[in-house]
Design a protein around this ligand. Structure first.
Ligand SMILES: Cc1cc2nc3c(=O)[nH]c(=O)nc-3n(C[C@H](O)[C@H](O)[C@H](O)COP(=O)(O)OP(=O)(O)OC[C@H]3O[C@@H](n4cnc5c(N)ncnc54)[C@H](O)[C@@H]3O)c2cc1C
Length: 267
């Protein structure tokens, strides 16, 4: 199948991009790296009248990775981050699981967060690191949302059609961490994954969105340690779904083992 005919605009600034979206509303879609949107267009699962290409919007590019607070602007490509010596090891470990290098050389951090594939690493990282997402629109200005409010469900976020995700900010993740996932082949989306950092525990690719495990976190705060009891609690808490790739039972069982593993690595 080929995409339906679509017009293309290429704004040169953030204001211009926001003005395009304010004018066009849900007749337009922003285009970042195209790694998810272009396949959707080709399958005609998305049929916008206009694509608003963000490639030339300088305000959306680049990342500040040196201080205690990291800011990654939306159009930063995953491969650009990987090349940075200042990239915290936790982000590097997760990025290594995002598709193949060719995908990461086009795919952007903002595109991944805005797309919100339940199996994607960036939404899981945003939740794990309690990130703040800055979104902007021409009419309402800026709003800042915690990851837990931005992520609503599969392919669904709090973004309105006239809004752009501008940047994601988070405290620098340092110290010990665990991040692990099971994928059928290297470069595939995860069948199930887990991360642990500073007492927070997140599972992703199991249910409709990445999920924190408050029961497991409380167990750890009370002095609990990796082992059968932690796995039992994780198993009970993980929201899992069946699909073509794996059953909910598999995801819960393997997810609980991964949680044990990432908690042990972070301890
Ligand atoms: C073969 C393959 C394997 C992959 N494997 C993985 C994987 O293992 N893990 C993983 O996490 N990802 C994976 N991906 C996805 C990829 O890594 C990208 O992160 C993802 O495609 C989205 O980034 P993009 O820049 O390409 O966004 P696009 O495809 O351009 O856009 C995606 C969506 O976000 C919207 N959007 C983009 N930028 C903004 C913005 N600034 N503000 C508001 N809305 C915006 C678009 O309108 C669109 O709806 C894979 C992709 C492919 C093709």
């Amino acid at each position: 199948m080929k995409p339906a005919p679509v017009a293309y605009r290429r704004p040169e600034s953030l204001d211009e991009a926001l003005a395009d979206l304010a004018e066009l509303g849900d007749r337009a879609r922003p285009l970042a790296g195209g790694q998810s949107l272009v396949p959707l267009l080709a399958l005609r699962l998305a049929q916008p009248e206009v694509l608003v290409g963000l490639e030339r919007v300088a305000e959306l590019r680049g990342a500040d990775l040196d201080g205690d607070r990291l800011e990654i602007r939306a159009m930063t490509r995953e491969a650009e981050l990987e090349r940075s010596a200042a990239l915290p090891p936790l982000l590097g470990a997760a990025l290594g699981h995002v598709g193949h290098f060719q995908i990461r050389s086009r795919g952007t951090v903002g595109g991944s967060l805005a797309h919100m594939d339940p199996a994607a690493e960036w939404p899981a990282l945003a939740l794990l690191l309690d990130a703040t997402l800055t979104v902007a629109s021409a009419r309402r200005g800026r709003r800042r949302l915690p990851a837990a409010s931005f992520i609503l469900g599969p392919l669904t976020t709090a973004l309105e059609p006239d809004e752009l995700l501008e940047a994601v900010t988070m405290a620098r993740p340092d110290g010990r961490f665990g991040f692990a996932e099971v994928e059928r082949r290297s470069g595939d989306f995860a069948l199930v994954g887990a991360g642990c950092h500073r007492g927070r525990v997140v599972v992703f690719a199991a249910g409709p969105r990445p999920q924190r495990l408050p029961g497991v976190e409380a167990f750890l705060r009370d002095g609990g340690a990796p082992g059968p009891e932690l796995q039992r609690r994780a198993h009970a808490e993980i929201e899992a779904r069946d699909d073509l790739h794996a059953s909910a039972a598999y995801r819960r069982q393997v997810g609980a083992r991964l949680v044990d593993q990432v908690v042990a690595a972070a301890s």
